[in-house]
Structure formats: C-alpha cells, structure tokens
Design a protein around this ligand. Structure first.
Ligand code: MV4
Length: 451
C-alpha cells in the first residue's frame, strides 16, 4: 500500500478520500485553492498545499501545479475524485510520466471510453447491448438519413465528445433530420472543439440505470449491483437509489454480466460505472462508461457493505480487490442518496452561495452524511453547489423512504436555500413511491421541481 497519496479535489469528496486513506494507514496531502484555505479537507489532511486562486482553471485544473505538489511532498499516488481532472487522459499521463500512480484507469482507457461513439462501437463488439443506430460516427447528413430510415424516427443525434446530455438533438422526422444534424454538429464543435456525432433510435421514457464495477490488476472483475439515477433535472442528478426498483432478478443479473463483459473486454482496471438506458419493455442498452468514482457511489457501498474508495487505493497499489471472494454480490438492503445542494428549487434550482448560519446533521440507524460543511462555512460561488449527501438505507425501499423522511426532517440548514424541501416533496409523491420513475419524472410529476 502507498505511504502517502495526494488528493486533487475539494469538498465532500476530498474528505471522503482522506477518511478512506487514513483507515488504510495512508498519509494524505490535499491541494487547495485560496477559497478553500479553511476547509474541512485541509483540516483533516496530514498536509495541504495551496495551488492557486479560487477559479478552478487557475488551481484544481492546473496539472503542473498538482504534479509539483505531489513531488515536493513525496506523494506516491494521486486520487482525482470526481469532476476536475478525474477524466483527463492528459492528467493520468502526466502522473505516469512523473512516476506517480494515478488512482484510476489507464490514460488509454480514459481516452477510448471518453469518445462516446467509439465507446459504443467497442461495447457492441464485446456483446454489450447498444441502442440501434450508427454504431460509430456519421460524417454526412445523407449517411445520417440512411441510418435514421433504418432504425425509424424519432432519432437522437449525439456528440462523440459529449456525455451528460450536451450536444444532443432529437429529429422527429426525415424533414427535420438535416437541420438537427447540422445543429448538433455546430453545438458539438462549439462545446467540445470536436464536431463528430453519431445517431441512435430515440427511446421514450427511459430510465437511467448504471452498474458500479471494480476490476484489479490481478485479474478480478466484479460488479456492485446497479443504481437508479432516473431522478435528474437538466442532466443533474438529485436523488439516486440502489437497487433499481425497476429491475427483476433476471434483468439485474443480465445487466451485471453485460457490465462485466464491458470491463473485461476493454481490460479496464480500477472503479468505473457502466450507464444503461432501460426502456419501458425492460430491455437495457449501453449508454456511456464513466471512468471515475461517482458522487452517488455511497448507495452502492451501503447495499453491498463495501468501501469503493479503499478498493480504488488497493487496486492502484497493485493489490487484489478485498471483496472479490464475495462476487457475485446481491443487494443486501435498499439505499437512497439525496443531494443537498445550496440551490433554490423555487427559483429553478438557482445556486445560492452565502454563509451557513446553522448546520444540524441527522443521525441514528441507517443514516450517513458525507459533507465538508460546518456552521459558519461560507459557500463560495466558484464551485458546484453540493453541500452534503444524505444517504439512508433499510431492509426494504419502504424502510429507506421512512428513514429518508425522518432524516430530512432532522436536517437543519440555515443561511442558504437548499434542496431539502424538494426531496421531502419527492418522498410524498405517489409516482416516486410506486417506483415508476423515468428520466422526465421531475418535469412531468414535480412541476419541474418548483414546489
Ligand atoms: C438517450 C435518450 C433516449 N434515447 N438515448 C442523456 C444523457 C446522455 N448520457 C444520454 N442521454 C439520453 N440518451 C437514446 N437513444 C435519452 C437520454 C436522456 C437522459 C438519459 C439519462 C438520464 C436523463 C436523461 C434526460 C434526458 C435525455
């Protein structure tokens, strides 16, 4: 195991990684911007290095500053967390070039899976189900029209460099296709500097179900069941649960096996997530693979009794996954994560930076709070608005829901508006309680989130 690692992140995930490292007897260095000087991560870490001013383009995204901080402190490995440089092949390569272990997959894997058209074509070769479409980039509007005629309208044009919903266009008919093709290409060029697009049959009312995977360099690959992340607004997830209320045991097993074919096929090592769309007939299709640890990883930890961050450290150190002997895992309980953001649901989830004057966290059985916030904390306007993740679990979904209601009512945050009232409304919603949630749930069942 490493003696010392550096954490190239901030907020709750920096704290989460420090805790895992300390439990493994690994010392930590955290890098921080001037805005995060008084953060909990800086307080809990053995060492801390300031790497620049508040804007992330001048601190958390500056590769030479982070590599330099690792070198001067003697950190042997870097955990990138999520966001920032976590899916930068360039950063993973810079680590390798400086004899620092990147706690994540290889730069080649990040590159290969970061290109969505390529990732999809690769997965299809390994027998992972994919949405019918172009299975690779489409160069011209004529080619697009040919694929669209084959699979039938409506179709979705997606950017190869996209992901998370950016650069997508729906074409309802042949008449619309050329216009949407050009629009998607233009948007992709502007957003990503890469105008490559591919085409898929558009699925109506899908669910977003993703499988957490772990693979080590000793030949073990396993999955930690699935998460249902259908409750999103404008591609921002707000509530995630595990297992998915939409899967029967047979589909769960088939999805897990498909995820493992993907992992073994690409020779993937470390933690990752295979995203699937689940259609209304219970068929699932590969969407994207995320090559980082995700915000919602705790729900998988709670239903499988695992520690994904510790496993990431073991894997990066060349050790086997400690729970490999328990595979295949099945869900041991039901967990729900609520993202508590400094956002005002009444104002279209507008970010609300400001000073937290009171912060009383819930506790008791089946409750976990991952946060970097304390009373008196000033939420900077510079970064994402995630204040805390409330994770609850119980033997059944109903028990997890009851715990969620109880814990949300105990949670007191004053000084800024938060998403707590939104989550309380979700837990009273009959459609949510029935488990029939689709990616348009907030729009169609919750008035867009405006309470
Ligand atoms: C789709 C789709 C319907 N049909 N693909 C959105 C994010 C990106 N990763 C893929 N996305 C979608 N792809 C086909 N063929 C609908 C979506 C989609 C969506 C997916 C997951 C979660 C929320 C979503 C919200 C809108 C659209």
């Amino acid at each position: 195991m490493f003696d010392k690692i550096l954490i190239a992140n901030r907020g709750e995930v920096a704290v989460r990684i420090i805790r895992a490292a300390h439990e493994l007897g690994v010392k930590t260095v955290v890098v921080y911007s001037e805005a995060d000087r008084d953060s909990l991560a800086v307080k809990l870490s053995d060492e801390a290095v300031c790497i620049g001013p508040a804007p992330s383009a001048k601190s958390y995204l500056v590769i030479p500053n982070i590599i330099g901080a690792a070198q001067i402190t003697g950190a042997q490995a870097i955990h990138p967390g999520y966001g920032f440089l976590s899916e930068s092949a360039e950063f993973a390569r810079a680590c390798a070039d400086n004899d620092i272990t990147f706690i994540g997959p290889s730069p080649e894997a990040i590159e290969q899976l970061g290109d969505k058209a390529n990732a999809k074509a690769t997965m299809a070769r390994f027998g992972v189900p994919t949405v019918p479409g172009s299975d690779g980039a489409v160069a011209t509007a004529e080619d697009a029209a040919r694929f669209a005629a084959e699979v039938g309208y409506p179709v979705l044009i997606k950017a190869s460099a996209g992901g998370g919903g950016k650069g997508m266009r729906v074409a309802e008919s042949a008449e619309e296709l050329e216009k949407m093709f050009v629009a998607a290409k233009t948007e992709a060029a502007n957003a990503f500097g890469n105008d490559e697009v591919y085409l898929e049959k558009y699925l109506s009312h899908p669910r977003h179900v993703e499988v957490q995977v772990l693979a080590d360099s000793c030949g073990n690959a396993m999955h930690l069941c699935e998460r249902d992340c259908s409750i999103q607004r404008r591609h921002q997830k707000l509530l995630e649960e595990a297992p998915s209320p939409a899967l029967d045991e047979q589909t769960r097993q088939a999805m897990g096996e498909a995820a493992l074919r993907a992992v073994r096929g690409v020779g993937y090592v470390n933690a990752g997530t295979i995203e699937f769309l689940l259609d209304t007939d219970g068929r699932f299709y590969f969407m994207e693979m995320n090559t980082r640890v995700q915000v919602e990883h705790p729900v998988s930890e709670m239903i499988t009794g695992s520690d994904i961050i510790k496993e990431q450290l073991r894997i990066a150190a060349g050790e086997p996954i400690s729970i490999a002997h328990r595979a295949p895992l099945s869900p041991g309980c039901h967990a729900i994560e609520f993202r508590i953001n400094a956002e005002d649901p009444a104002k279209g989830f507008m970010p609300c930076p400001g000073t937290i004057t009171r912060f009383d966290v819930p506790g008791g059985p089946g409750v976990r709070v991952d946060t970097h916030i304390r009373a008196g904390y000033k939420v900077p306007p510079t970064y994402d608005s995630l204040l805390a993740k409330l994770i609850v679990w119980g033997d059944t979904r109903a028990e997890a829901v009851a715990r969620g209601k109880r814990a949300l009512s105990e949670f007191v945050i004053e000084g800024v508006a938060t998403t707590i009232p939104f989550h309380q409304a979700v837990l009273e919603n009959e459609v949510f309680l029935s488990g029939e949630v689709y990616t348009d749930f907030i729009e169609t069942q919750m008035n867009g989130g405006t309470l």
